[in-house]
Design a protein around this ligand. Structure first.
Ligand code: GDG
Length: 725
């Protein structure tokens, strides 16, 4: 395996200053614990911020870097101001709230954005200092969304994966972001983009389609000259670690101590970073409601509320802290009795062993975030339940709900429902609890953290391989010179050109795409070179081709080969075809015109097309899929085929295609130079029908059977202009 370069905002270790001396501590948190064991056991390096502002480390950078190196880490140094604007600012006041559906908490601040760009660039510089050729670079999370593109620009062939640990918000909310294009383009610099759930993948691909206009197919997105894959990889936990923790002596000691303090009371556990997305005040209100509705449980149940301090520099976090403090005080004052505190409130992080003891002892885990990318607490709780008892109440807004369907799944905004769920959990028969947990445990054991990493890496390798196979081969300077040299040295040349998208750009209406002043003289010049035979091979009807190009001394193919006009000759039909099927197909296409504003039907003699270039892309994509299904049913027993072109679905006789059409010319002997240029699927038939020595060129950066790609009709015109010389 290649060396793994993990990149995240924070390193898995933190630098702290104790009595003036710098010390290294292990960081807690999902990513550090999750990936920690993996990065330690393989050839790897972790790049990230070390936790202290660079101003306080002046002159010590080298010695710190040496210390970090021993821990397989490379530090990124950030100034106080960058930490303020990049980390507390853009990351946690812009992206975090917006991606968790809190648009009202979202700050749109140019200064934050500039710092975000700057810090991503600092990360890029640091990576370039340490990366080697065959490294696999795995970037994590929302603080570094510009980094994939920045690295790609410097290292075009790098293998780059990106994983987003928070939700990817619906495109309707994402588009609120003024820097939406930069963020998407930044991410598309990666080869593989991982998300916790398919919903997030869908939101991402939809945003890419709406904001950047790139269509995707099964998560494959053509971005520039590469294909990027977006896929779901629900993050797992180190299952063994949690399922065996109960046997640890220290955990047992904590368990005993806590049990003694709580007595025989039932325990409900709530543990999160103190974040407004986690629904902590709402949970307290629900506990209040539960005690209100079920007085028989007063003095019989304790809510253990662990709230780990987080982002205390951000105002909304300070506000939530005040609210939680208040609510805890109110509930304890309202229901508390001598010897019973309803809510045990710990505003601090607890050591791992104590956390395990809490998981072991709790009858119920109340995990009700308003939004959560995944939520590992839910998974850890289930994994820790060695004897199978215990009930998980889980918000449907957490990514984990997709995998933990046997939990009691609740809507975090429905307080009544959750209060009832607490009662259901406390009265659930043990066999039921065990059945549910065993099912979930099997799943968690199968897809643990190792499986998650392995799955991501395998997919990254597959994407890389696929990119290699499908690599678009741009007609760069060198092959272009070969083409021109071959052209000049030859005496008899065949030049096959598609029309729309190849010689002229697409317009809203096909009739508007007539050849302008620049196209006609260019084609005329080409036909006048002795030895040249130029043929326009188009899907258009013969009347239009005749009107626009009929005066030129060249061959014309209309309707993908139904009609052919040889140089100096008349239009002729290649073979007699049946067109009665059109009576069945046209009414169906018209139905889709009614259902899809902006679309229209174009009927030719032996083919009919439904165009949707001017329609809403989302709606048109759905309708196009539906129409294909309907057409497949309708045309099953007819000799007609359905073709998808660029924003068009075309129905035509299957015996007609551009490959067959051009064979009339290629079948003649004596060509010593053939070039064919086209921009869509219908041109692929032409490319494959030509001899290997032919220069075949696909316009646009899609994968193709052609030998080369050119970017657009502009580059085609440039190439053709150089052929006349
Ligand atoms: C982000 C996403 C996604 C918590 N308190 C203590 C403690 N922890 C550990 C837990 C768990 C981790 O921290 C928290 O992970 P979560 O998934 O619950 O939440 P976030 O921190 O918001 O993480 C989230 C995650 O990334 C991974 O992709 O699931 O949706 O928001 O492992 O055990 N550990 C110790 N003491 C504590 O007090 N020792």
């Amino acid at each position: 395996m290649n060396r793994l370069l993990i990149v995240s905002n924070r390193l898995p270790i933190t630098l702290t200053r104790r009595e003036g001396k710098l010390e290294i501590e292990m960081s807690a948190g999902g990513l550090a614990t999750g990936l920690g064991s993996i990065y330690r056991s393989c050839d790897s390096l972790w790049v990230g911020w070390c936790g202290l502002a660079s101003e306080s480390l002046k002159g010590q950078e080298e010695s710190i870097q040496a210390k970090l190196k021993k821990e397989k880490c490379h530090g990124v140094f950030l100034s106080r101001q960058d930490i303020e604007n990049f980390y507390y600012g853009f990351s946690n006041k812009t992206i975090w709230p917006l991606f968790h559906y809190f648009p009202l908490y979202t700050a749109y601040n140019e200064r934050f954005w500039e710092a975000y760009e700057r810090v991503n660039a600092i990360f890029c510089d640091e990576i370039l200092k340490v990366t080697k050729d065959n490294d696999t670079i795995w970037i994590h999370d929302y603080q570094l969304m510009l980094l994939p593109k920045m690295i790609r620009e410097k290292r075009p062939d790098a293998t780059i994966g990106f994983f987003l640990h928070i939700p990817f918000v619906s495109s309707e909310v994402f588009r609120l972001l003024p820097w939406r294009m930069d963020i998407l383009e930044g991410l598309l610099g990666a080869d593989l983009l991982g998300f916790h759930t398919y919903d997030y993948v869908r939101h991402f691909t939809e945003s890419v389609r709406r904001v950047l206009g790139y269509e995707h197919n099964l998560g494959y997105i053509p971005a520039g000259d590469r294909t990027v894959k977006a896929d779901a990889f629900p993050m797992g936990i180190d299952y063994k670690r949690y399922s065996t923790a109960g046997g640890d002596e220290e955990v047992k000691a904590h368990t005993k101590r806590i049990r003694k303090k709580i007595g025989e009371r039932r325990m409900i556990l709530s543990i999160d970073r103190l974040d407004y997305t986690k629904g902590i005040p709402e949970r307290l209100e629900i506990f209040d409601l539960f005690l209100e509705k079920n007085p028989e449980y007063r003095e019989k149940v304790t809510l253990i509320l662990v709230a780990v301090p987080s982002r205390t520099g951000v105002e909304h976090y300070r506000m939530i802290k005040r609210r939680v403090d208040e609510l805890v005080g109110r509930i304890n004052g309202k229901y508390g009795a001598i010897g019973w505190i309803p809510v045990w409130y710990l505003y601090r992080s607890v050591p791992f062993e104590k956390l395990m003891a809490l998981y072991q002892l709790s009858d119920v885990a109340l995990v009700t975030p308003l939004r959560d990318g995944m939520n590992l607490i839910a998974k850890e709780f289930v994994a820790s339940k060695t004897d199978g008892t215990g009930v998980l109440i889980l918000s449907e807004m957490a990514g984990a709900a997709k995998e933990l369907g046997e939990a009691i799944i609740v809507n975090p905004n429905n307080k009544e429902e959750i209060a009832d769920a607490i009662k259901e959990a406390l009265t659930m028969p043990q066999e039921d609890q065990i059945d549910r947990n065993r099912e979930m445990q099997k799943r968690l054991a199968r897809y643990s953290i190792g499986g998650w990493v392995g799955d991501f890496m395998d997919r990254l390798e597959t994407v890389k391989r696929m990119q290699g196979e499908r690599r678009v081969r741009k007609l760069t300077q060198e092959p272009r010179e070969h083409l021109l040299a071959d052209y000049r040295e030859s005496a008899k040349r065949l030049i096959l050109l598609d029309y729309d998208g190849t010689l002229v750009p697409f317009r809203d209406y096909p009739r508007k795409a007539f050849p302008g002043e620049d196209v006609i003289p260019m084609l005329r010049d080409l036909t006048e070179v002795p030895g040249n035979e130029v043929v326009i091979v188009s899907g258009r009807d013969k009347e239009t081709l005749e009107q626009w190009l009929g005066a030129l001394d060249m061959g014309l193919v209309a309707e993908h080969g139904v009609w052919v006009k040889e140089r100096g000759g008349d239009w002729e039909m290649v073979e007699s075809l049946d067109d009665t099927w059109k009576n069945q197909v046209i009414p169906l296409l018209e139905l889709y015109v009614d259902r899809t504003p902006g679309s229209f039907v174009e009927a030719k003699s032996y083919s009919v097309s439904w165009h949707y270039r001017r329609s809403d892309p989302g709606l048109a994509a759905i309708r196009a899929r539906e129409l294909r299904d309907d057409l497949d049913n309708l045309t099953g027993n007819l000799s007609i085929g359905v073709l998808e072109g660029s924003k068009v679905i075309e129905v035509k006789d299957v015996s007609v295609n551009k490959g067959r059409a051009v064979s009339r010319w290629t079948g003649r002997d004596g060509w010593d130079f053939i070039v064919a240029i086209g921009d869509d699927w219908t041109d692929e038939d032409m490319f494959v029908a030509l001899p290997k020595s032919a220069y075949t060129i696909r316009v646009g950066m899609s994968s193709t059977r052609a030998r080369y790609n050119l970017n657009s009709f502009v580059e085609v015109r440039d190439l053709l202009a150089s052929l006349k010389e």
